[in-house]
Design a protein around this ligand. Structure first.
Ligand SMILES: [Zn+2]
Length: 456
């Protein structure tokens, strides 16, 4: 056991959504943690800490959730938010537009972009994030390494997706592709250096060819083989637009899912970004194989891609988590807002009863954890799980007057956390990220964004 100084008592929690199997919503609750793990949860009078030591946090009657889990992102794209040439385009022309400015991307750029992305995510309640970085111009080396460094500095739980592209086209330029050997060697090295498979891990690697429009049969097959042998997650974009289906039929001779199946991707280690345009047979298949989907409502609406059939996928047995997607197509990275948008979008096509606040929070917590292979230690607040908590103020200007204070968390304008705890450590206090000079970080980010945007 750790010493008393790594103990934490969070008391005076007005509403505690544990997201356990019974979806318990406790009132007047407290949580005790030690050495990064939850050791006790209760309601009413909390343990007395005067004698045993440890830090006490007063949640001020706020709302506590398990730390939110982001299952799809492209950090570097926050250097091209609201990028004028691409603001009103659908996916493929948008991609053609936003890729060239990043030809000179460096590890320093990625490091700063990652810190900004993580700061934004943390303030929105996110404690675990993935990043799917797929662009490796010759100008830059050590890009994934830079992301891991940023995660350590920010104290975030981080799963890095080593993205990859080996097929150039009118969408993806020659300078942005690598050979399969280069890619697989780098994946192995990153695995050896960073991947920690243990429960409670802060750093993991997954393999993530970008999409079927820019990854060959060989790359997809080799990635699946390595993921199986090293027990890593496997991720790609799939089913985002009808144009990609068309591309698959013309160039691959079949729809995307059967092609992925041929490459060894029919496994529960796989989660696919977007997953909008699947037919009912494909949805049943995804469910039978216990595959996951990273639902990205904001990006799907922004690019006009379509509406993911969340409830059909869930009924079939598939896992559905939430992703903010890259900030050039969202154009923000606010996880609580993503849950709110998932709730609203589900109701557009299926009516007011289609998704509840609890349903949406489940996507952002337990289901996200399941997608990235962390069902055993993340996603819910239970004794023995990781001490990752997001605490939001019970009421603010935008929710003032709410009858149901808990539901207001999603039904009203999404707020930021007052306190964020990751791995038993307080990372956000009184709404501010500790040990971070935000103004300084944003000034550096602005400078890089100016350089990148003028390059196009
Ligand atoms: Zn994406």
């Amino acid at each position: 056991m750790g010493s008393s100084d790594d103990r934490l008592l969070i008391k005076n929690i007005g509403y505690l959504a544990t997201m356990d199997a019974g979806r318990s919503l406790r009132r007047d609750a407290w949580v005790e943690t030690q050495s990064g793990w939850i050791t006790a949860i209760g309601s009413g009078k909390p343990p007395e800490y005067k004698e045993v030591g440890g830090k006490v946090i007063d949640a001020g009657g706020g709302i506590a959730l398990p730390g939110l889990i982001n299952t799809h992102h492209h950090f570097y794209q926050n250097l091209a938010r609201a990028y004028t040439p691409a603001t009103d385009l659908p996916l493929l022309p948008w991609l053609v537009c936003i890729t060239p400015p990043f030809r000179g991307l460096t590890a320093d750029d990625v490091f700063i972009a990652a810190k900004v992305a993580m700061a934004e995510l943390m303030l929105s309640g996110c404690t675990t994030t993935v990043d799917h970085h797929y662009l490796f111009p010759k100008s830059g080396s050590g890009l994934i390494e830079a992301e891991f460094s940023a995660a350590v500095e920010m104290g975030m739980r981080f799963h890095a997706g080593r993205g990859s592209m080996d097929v150039a086209s009118e969408i993806i330029p020659e300078w942005a592709i690598e050979t399969v050997d280069e890619i697989m060697n780098d994946c192995q090295q990153l695995h050896d250096r960073y991947h920690d498979p243990a429960r409670g891990s802060m750093n993991r690697l997954f393999l993530a060819p970008s999409a079927l429009t820019c990854a060959s049969h060989t790359l997809l097959t080799e990635s699946a083989r390595m993921a199986a042998s090293l027990d890593l997650g496997l991720h790609t974009h799939c089913g985002e637009t009808r144009e990609e289906d068309q591309y698959a039929l013309e160039h691959l001779g079949k729809r995307q899912l059967p092609f992925l199946a041929e490459c060894g991707w029919e496994t529960d280690r796989v989660w696919l970004a977007h997953g909008i345009h699947f037919d009912s047979g494909e949805i049943a298949h995804l469910g039978q194989r216990k595959m996951g989907i990273a639902h990205c409502p904001c990006s799907n609406m922004r690019l006009g891609s379509g509406v993911c059939r969340v409830s059909d996928l869930q009924k079939a047995g598939a896992k559905v988590g939430l992703g903010v997607d890259g900030s050039a197509s969202n154009d923000s990275g606010h996880m609580l807002n993503e849950a709110r948008q998932a709730l609203l979008l589900a109701r557009v096509t299926r009516g007011a009863g289609a998704m509840s606040t609890m349903d949406a929070i489940e996507l952002a917590t337990t289901e996200g954890a399941a997608c990235i292979g962390r069902r055993d230690d993340l996603g819910s607040l239970e004794v023995g799980k990781c001490a990752d908590l997001a605490i939001f103020p019970a009421e603010d200007l935008f929710s003032s007057g709410a009858e149901n204070v808990f539901e207001a968390l999603l039904l009203c304008f999404p707020r930021q956390v007052q306190t964020l705890i990751i791995n038993g450590k307080v990372r956000v206090e009184e709404g501010r990220i500790k040990n971070l000079n935000l103004a300084n970080l944003l000034a550096k980010h602005r400078k890089i964004a100016d350089r990148i945007q003028n390059r196009g």
